[in-house]
Design a protein around this ligand. Sequence first.
Ligand SMILES: Nc1nc2c(ncn2[C@@H]2O[C@H](COP(=O)(O)OP(=O)(O)OP(=O)(O)O)[C@@H](O)[C@H]2O)c(=O)[nH]1
Ligand SMILES: [Mg+2]
Length: 177
Amino acid sequence: MAEKKIKIVVAGPYAAGKTQFINTISEIETVKTEARTTKAGEKEKKDHTTVAMDFGRIKIDYEHTLYLFGTPGQARFDFMWDILGKGMVGLVVLVDSTDPATFHEARRIINFFEARYPAPFVVGANKQDLKGAWSPEDIRTALDLGEEIKVIPLIATDKENVKRVLLELLEEISKYI
Ligand SMILES: Nc1nc2c(ncn2[C@@H]2O[C@H](COP(=O)(O)OP(=O)(O)OP(=O)(O)O)[C@@H](O)[C@H]2O)c(=O)[nH]1
Ligand SMILES: [Mg+2]
């Protein structure tokens, strides 16, 4: 039987954990396009940043395979959102739950995809293992999301956690097909 490809985009602000999310779950070695961070305000956070995309893949049953595309988080690469959004059937928006300064950017990303590539999406409230992480409900309020949008607690280094987010998204997608 022909393989059915399901294109999922993983978006979110800088350092939200998008590359980590795809690394944790991909069956193939993730294709990464990371460069060293150079800008003030960015390199204090981490050494590397995605400049084009991440790509990972996971087979979910005998005929369906998820193709996961991670966006770059930094606003200066946001032209990639448009390229990666084409043909996507679902979106995961990750936020660093410990970094409320990035929530506004997360909202901007949601607005972009809702306007340009409307598709079911879920929000991953990432880094729940860290002190000071906002609860999913508080993040829902901060991002002004309706009750119908799932905001899922997440630790992106944990495979079961990542799997759960993808299953929740697939459940949302299945409502439309
Ligand atoms: N403690 C903890 N650290 C995490 C978690 N998820 C990601 N990280 C760390 O957070 C940092 C940023 O993760 P990345 O996956 O590089 O973030 P990104 O969203 O791809 O970042 P850009 O591509 O630069 O926008 C890395 O040091 C990760 O190891 C998590 O759930 N818990
Ligand atoms: Mg990245």
